[in-house]
Design a protein. Structure first.
Length: 130
């Protein structure tokens, strides 16, 4: 099964998702902050899939480029992940509507699931993980 990274600052939501992902046989790691991601940057490439929240708190180690100042923290992190790992599969989980998302989610290795989650969306997430 897959090695999955969950990047989500809502610990309860992250733990719930991790429970379902692990119950399907996947190995799961949770980072609850952008600082955790940056501190463990070298390990990000080892994950098969990243589940990423877009609306997180900005912290000390993740700084936007000049063209990213209007992006949410998760969108900045998304750009950084794809710059470092261009073929990485990313599943975005967000409360933003498609019109509010400021990044290119039309790439073949990127899927979006809107919050709030229900049984149908958990099944979709698990189906995407395979």
């Amino acid at each position: 099964m897959g090695n999955i990274l969950i990047i989500e600052d809502n610990k309860i939501f992250a733990d719930d998702i991790a429970f379902f992902v692990e119950d399907e046989g996947h190995k799961c790691t949770v980072y609850n902050s952008t600082d955790q991601v940056i501190k463990n940057w070298d390990s990000v490439g080892k994950f098969d899939v990243i589940i990423l929240d877009l609306m997180m708190r900005i912290e000390n180690l993740l700084q936007p480029n000049d063209d990213e100042v209007n992006l949410d923290t998760g969108e900045i992190l998304f750009n950084k992940i794809l710059a470092g790992f261009p073929n990485k599969r990313i599943i975005i989980v967000t409360a933003k509507t498609p019109d509010e998302i400021e990044i290119d989610t039309k790439q073949k290795n990127v899927q979006v699931i809107n919050k709030p989650f229900n049984d149908e969306k958990i099944k979709l997430l698990l189906d995407l993980l395979g």
